[in-house]
Design a protein around this ligand. Structure first.
Ligand code: SAH
Length: 245
């Protein structure tokens, strides 16, 4: 029976993948991958191996999670080294935890190969540090997939009143509700906000505004996913720290 390597592919830039992830890809007997992984990465795989696309877009799953679990299980029965490649870090909103629990339940050995998460690296490529002395002593990484107007929200919105940085992943579609909700709970209307699309790649695009104006900026610039939202005073640092685009 084989082993499954839940592997982080990094945020997009090929060179932001770990050496360990690259080695696993080169040694893999089968690769099961998502949309976010840089497709160039697959060129590193051994010739002729099976590469299975199970891509998801914006949290809407093109292949249902149960089916992905089953593919992982069947692959582990068939092959020695199964690489499950995920964008960014496998345990940051990638449902990597669920897949690992499933493998554990079925008695399949696994390893986790962490990756550079988009939550921190994409802001960095836009010249935005997620923490900064005197500005933000912490940052949160929050799912933007859940619409804030949902009646029973799992997100503790009331905790977001402080001045710390918030990064929303999978939130492009819900941006209007997210910014309205933040204003509702007491964040200033002119709190700086940025949306960064296709970060760390040659197609990276960043728009900056405030909680009040950001949605307009996104529409004007025709921002597409994958994109993340970053809210907080640290966004202002981009003026001086912009280096990539
Ligand atoms: N495990 C991943 C996140 C998976 S959720 C990680 O650690 O990065 C997918 C979300 O991540 C997208 O909807 C988007 O919000 C964000 N994302 C991933 N790659 C990105 C990129 N290159 N640029 C901007 N956002 C990205």
């Amino acid at each position: 029976m084989g082993k499954v390597f839940l592997t982080g592919a990094g945020p997009g830039d090929f060179e932001l993948m770990t050496i360990k992830a690259l080695r696993m890809i080169r040694e893999a007997d089968v690769i099961i991958y998502d949309r976010l992984a840089n497709p160039e990465i697959l060129k590193e795989a051994k010739d002729g191996i099976e590469c299975i696309y199970v891509g998801k877009a914006d949290g809407r799953h093109s292949v249902p999670q149960d089916e992905i679990n089953e593919i992982l299980y069947q692959s582990a029965l068939k092959y020695e080294k199964v690489v499950r490649l995920k964008g960014g870090d496998p345990f940051v909103f990638g449902r990597g935890g669920e897949e690992a629990l499933y493998l554990n339940k079925r008695g399949i050995k696994f390893e986790i190969i962490p990756g550079i998460t988009s939550a921190v690296s994409v802001p960095a490529y836009a010249g935005i540090p997620v923490t900064q002395r005197g500005m933000a002593v912490s940052f949160r990484v929050v799912t933007g997939h859940e619409a804030p107007n949902k009646e029973v929200s799992q997100i503790p919105w009331e905790n977001f009143k402080t001045n710390d940085t918030i990064v929303f992943l999978m939130g492009l579609y819900n941006l209007p509700q997210i910014s309205t909700k933040l204003i509702e709970i007491g964040r200033e209307k002119d709190t700086p906000c940025a949306v960064i699309s296709k970060g760390t790649t040659s197609e990276q695009k960043t728009v900056v505004g405030t909680l009040e104006t950001i949605q307009n900026e996104v529409i004007k610039a025709k921002i597409v996913s994958p994109a993340l939202i970053i809210v907080g005073e640290v966004v202002n640092l981009r003026k001086n720290l912009q280096w990539f685009d």
